[in-house]
Design a binder for this molecule. Structure first.
Ligand code: B1M
Length: 222
């Protein structure tokens, strides 16, 4: 019997090796990877976020919790990213956390789920500038640009990127945004094509946007 409360506590305490072990045990016991992710890892990080917000814990403790979360995610990664039947790519998504922002756990999860659903993900990491997004979109002929932001001070950079993409003539590339302070309303305000609240809805959004893409754009750049 897997005790998710114990996994949450290990994450909270930053015990990365024990959490990695328990993640492996949960999978060995037949628990679905998405359940382990949501109940064992994401639920634990939610507690960390609450305590951080109320100054009951500070950056060093959050860093340790983030390291533990990543250790658990590394165990789940092969399962979340494996493509059934080795099908071809559903399209390229360039993804990154925006300039000034170092939070990458949520963005990494979205990337893993997207890969598992058949997309090819080009991950630019964190602190990504408009120029870096544009360069990668062009180089990989991406169909979607995904931006993540976790800070109210960095989410505003998403608008800069949307405008820079237009100025660069890349209007045909769909832009998706997400992250804790971002909303559907904000996505509309800045001219993005879509917003998703979590990794599973992000993948649904990517699929929908790819399906909506006008036939003219399928020809790719001249
Ligand atoms: Co920071 N931090 N942090 N932090 N941190 C938050 C975001 C904060 C809300 C905590 C709080 O006060 N409650 C707060 C922001 C407040 C605000 O802006 N209003 C905050 C702060 C203030 C800071 C610092 C400024 C603290 C300081 O230094 N004084 C600093 C900033 C550093 C910087 O970026 N320049 C900082 C630093 C850090 C750490 C480095 C210690 C660490 C990050 C480690 C890492 O990512 N490698 C950290 C962490 C871990 C958090 C919290 C606790 C957890 C974030 C997380 O990983 N959540 C966070 C609290 C919170 O969010 N409630 C907090 C789990 C993850 C699975 O969820 O990222 O939301 P999330 O991703 C979800 C969805 O949002 C969505 O899908 C994901 C999966 O379901 N999603 C997308 C995300 N991206 C998407 C993109 C999409 C679609 C969906 O399309 C492309």
């Amino acid at each position: 019997m897997i005790d998710y409360a114990e996994m949450n506590q290990l994450l909270f305490e930053g015990q990365h090796e024990a959490l990695k072990r328990m993640t492996e045990e949960a999978l060995a016991a037949g628990r679905p990877p998405t359940e382990v992710l949501e109940e064992g890892l994401i639920a634990g990080m939610a507690v960390v976020g609450e305590d951080f917000k109320h100054n009951r814990i500070y950056v060093p403790e959050v860093l340790l919790a983030a390291r533990a979360m990543k250790a658990g995610m590394a165990v789940l990664q092969p399962l979340l990213t494996s493509r059934p039947g080795g099908a071809g790519s559903a399209g390229v998504i360039v993804m990154g956390t925006v300039k000034g922002d170092l939070h990458d756990i949520g963005k990494n999860l979205v990337g893993m789920m997207a890969e598992g659903s058949g997309f090819t993900v080009v991950d630019l990491g964190t602190d990504t500038s408009a120029e870096q997004y544009i360069e990668a979109v062009r180089r990989h002929d991406a169909r979607i640009l995904g931006m993540s932001a976790l800070l109210t001070t960095t989410m505003i950079y998403m608008r800069t990127v949307v405008q820079a993409m237009k100025a660069a003539g890349l209007e045909h590339v769909k832009i998706c945004v997400g992250g804790a302070p971002v909303s559907a309303d904000y996505a509309r305000q800045i001219g993005a094509d879509g917003y998703a609240a979590d990794a599973a809805s992000a993948v649904e959004l990517f699929r929908r946007l790819i399906a909506e893409r006008p036939a003219a754009a399928e020809a790719g750049p001249a």
